[in-house]
Design a protein around this ligand. Structure first.
Ligand code: NAG
Ligand code: NAG
Ligand code: NAG
Ligand code: NAG
Ligand code: NAG
Ligand code: NAG
Length: 346
């Protein structure tokens, strides 16, 4: 009895890594529309349900295919901000806020007929929620949202994608101390794929219309998958990368944001994160755990012709790039791996 209790206690102190997950239920024929907040235990490899939330897109039809993300977390108010859009031709875009302590929630007014969020961040020092939103135009809108009502309260800047290239998945780092955003974007020039480095100085908001302070082609940068920023200690970005587009292995390296996109950091040799053996990489999610200084990767691949899905869970030590664990998860252990948004709460 004591042993069991002791072991449980030890387990929670030493091992328990709770990574939270949230997503809207994709099928819009279910009313009310709802979503699910859960927790994934990396030790037990088990997803446990915590709570439901509902939302409304002011349309009784069932034509939408809801997808969520990217999320932002406001630890002062215990809020998770979740954008919801539709993954097919019928569009809606709104924001939901879920209180992970009280399990209460509310949503923004439904205002946008189109688009999605390229990033969404909460600045804990200035207590601001802001994001980059796309719509059918060639313009990106970086806007601030009221942290409670979720109404748009301020337009920070507009960007023409023909000038500043396209956002690339979640490849964004935000420093709330210095108030900058760094992204690796993608351009298609001369029928080839190119990565671009862009730095935006949020201190210029309200002073200048264009807040971009650096934008340039990154020679031989190929395909960035994720960028995980350690604002707590080293101020380095941990990147994952493929040398080319698909069907290639995933490498990892550090990048120093002060070096304007020069990589790898300090002549680091490229290190393999995942050998894909020709599998097609579908999804790569990175979750930063600043307490253990490790990154949780959830990667979904398929085997091309047979389309057999493989779900990897990897834990990587940020400073040493040591792969601490590599496990193949079953669909039962983590159903719909690629449709959840993941985040760490200490
Ligand atoms: C909510 O998520 C849990 C896992 O966390 C899953 O077992 C359950 O089926 C989900 N519920 C719905 C209605 O999607
Ligand atoms: C979550 O909401 C859905 C839709 O309302 C419902 O079917 C399901 O039973 C709920 N799940 C839990 C665990 O409350
Ligand atoms: C895109 O968003 C802007 C800013 O909210 C808006 O003025 C414009 O009408 C939108 N365009 C489309 C096609 O929805
Ligand atoms: C595309 O080609 C033009 C003309 O050859 C050249 O000036 C330009 O630098 C090229 N752009 C890139 C990104 O390679
Ligand atoms: C990427 O691939 C190209 C072409 O195969 C090769 O020349 C280059 O050395 C590779 N780069 C790295 C950093 O591995
Ligand atoms: C990286 O390698 C280059 C060429 O070998 C060398 O000149 C440079 O000092 C090295 N930089 C670091 C930080 O080690």
């Amino acid at each position: 009895m004591f042993g069991v209790l002791f072991f449980s206690l030890l387990y929670y102190v030493v091992y328990a890594d709770k990574y939270y997950t949230i997503k809207p239920y994709e099928d819009s024929s279910v009313f009310p529309h709802y979503g699910n907040f859960s927790v994934f235990d990396t030790k037990l490899k088990r997803l446990s349900f915590i709570g439901n939330f509902t939302f409304d897109v002011h349309d009784r039809s069932s034509v939408y295919y809801f997808i969520g993300g990217p999320t932002a977390v406001n630890r002062n108010l215990n809020y998770i901000y979740l954008p919801i859009t539709s993954g097919n031709a019928f569009k809606r875009l709104l924001l939901v806020v879920y209180n992970y302590k009280t399990k209460t929630y509310h949503q923004s007014r439904w205002v946008h007929n189109d688009g999605n969020f390229g990033f969404l961040f909460y600045n804990p020092l200035r207590k601001r929620l802001f994001g980059l939103r796309t719509n059918t135009t060639f313009t990106y809108y970086i806007e601030e949202y009221d942290i409670e009502t979720l109404d748009t309260v301020k337009l920070y800047t507009q960007q023409d994608v023909r000038k500043y290239a396209f956002i690339n998945g979640r490849c964004t780092a935000f420093d709330y101390n210095q108030n900058w955003i760094i992204q690796v974007r993608v351009g298609f020039d001369n029928s080839s794929y190119n990565s671009y480095w862009i730095k935006m100085d949020l201190n210029l908001v309200g002073k200048k219309e264009d807040i971009v302070t650096d934008f340039h082609l990154m020679p031989h940068a190929y395909y960035f998958l994720t960028m995980t920023y350690d604002i707590q200690k080293t101020k380095l970005i941990f990147c994952t990368w493929q040398n080319g587009s698909s069907l290639l292995d995933i490498y990892m390296f550090h990048l120093d944001p002060k070096q304007n996109g020069k990589f790898p950091y300090r002549n680091q040799s490229l290190k393999l994160l995942l050998k894909t053996n020709g599998e097609q990489v579908e999804t790569v999610r990175d979750v930063w755990n600043p307490v253990k200084r490790e990154i949780l990767y959830l990667i979904q691949t398929n085997t091309g012709a047979t389309r057999k899905i493989i779900r990897y869970m990897l834990r990587v030590q940020f400073d040493t790039r040591l792969v601490l664990e590599k496990t193949i998860l079953t669909d039962k252990q983590l159903p719909l791996l690629d449709s959840w948004e993941y985040f760490y709460l200490s």
